[in-house]
Design a protein around this ligand. Structure first.
Ligand code: PXP
Length: 238
């Protein structure tokens, strides 16, 4: 059975729309855990457009399952991670103008820099995941860098508009999930996973964990956080 981690960034998006104090992603994380989520994910972006430093600091104290801090591989974020010590860090690329993380980390192009970040985080006792496109070269590079996990970018699959394209993207994810497991990496997946397309992805048994944000928070606005999380966990586990 795959684990489900809930990304609460967009609870903070609503709060920041008014620069107010609610809704609080800390409260959302608490409800997600009550509903069975096995991890909480937050992306502390350079521009602080949703999650704030204060959120990560409080979540470190309140999350009982696993706190996964998504961040860019730069010095500012490494210093924050070493201070906060989340259970794990997921390194993601970051561009200022993007609406959300657009692609996987180019671990091949930036191998040396990312490898140094992985090493520094490991020395701080933090497990590291690399968010990568479903490309075997990137899985092999992540393995060489001694990352603990890869998170396979499922955005290309989620955004496919034809059956054949979706099938093609699914096959790419399945292939790299098998490769990741074979070389000893923990295999996670995320981006654009929703209540419909998860029917496909849950068939890839090598995926140990899904990281899901937007679809669950969107549903939570209508039906409540606990129900939205519970329904996703039920779907993931068939
Ligand atoms: N995984 C990573 C690395 C991400 O950057 C995001 C988006 O913040 C997610 C998972 C969750 O994606 P979504 O919000 O589309 O479920």
């Amino acid at each position: 059975m795959a684990r489900v981690s809930i990304n609460v960034d967009h609870v903070a998006t609503v709060r920041q729309a008014r620069l107010a104090s609610e809704p609080d992603p800390v409260a959302a994380a608490f409800l997600a855990e009550l509903a069975g989520a096995q991890g909480i994910v937050v992306h502390l972006r350079e521009d602080r457009r949703h999650i704030q430093d204060r959120d990560v600091e409080i979540l470190r104290k309140t999350v009982k399952t696993k706190l996964n801090l998504e961040m860019a591989p730069n010095q500012e974020m490494v210093n924050i991670a070493l201070g906060i010590r989340p259970d794990m860090v997921t390194l993601v690329p970051e561009k200022r103008q993007e609406l959300t993380t657009e692609g996987g980390l180019d671990v091949v192009l930036h191998e040396e820099t990312i490898q140094q970040v992985v090493k520094t985080l490991h020395e701080g006792g933090i497990a590291v995941s690399l968010f990568v496109n479903p490309d075997p070269k990137h899985i092999k590079t992540a393995h060489r860098m001694e990352a603990d996990y890869v998170e396979i970018h499922t955005g290309g699959f989620a955004e496919s508009r034809t059956f054949s394209k979706r099938r093609e993207e699914f096959d790419r994810i399945e292939t790299v999930a098998k490769l990741g497991q074979k070389v000893g990496l923990g295999v996670h997946a995320g981006h654009g996973v929703d209540y419909q397309n998860v029917f496909w992805l849950r068939n890839i048994s090598e995926i140990e964990e899904f990281s899901i944000g937007h679809s669950v928070i969107s549903r939570a606005i209508l039906v409540g956080m606990e129900r939205a999380v519970r329904e996703m966990i039920e779907l993931v586990n068939g």
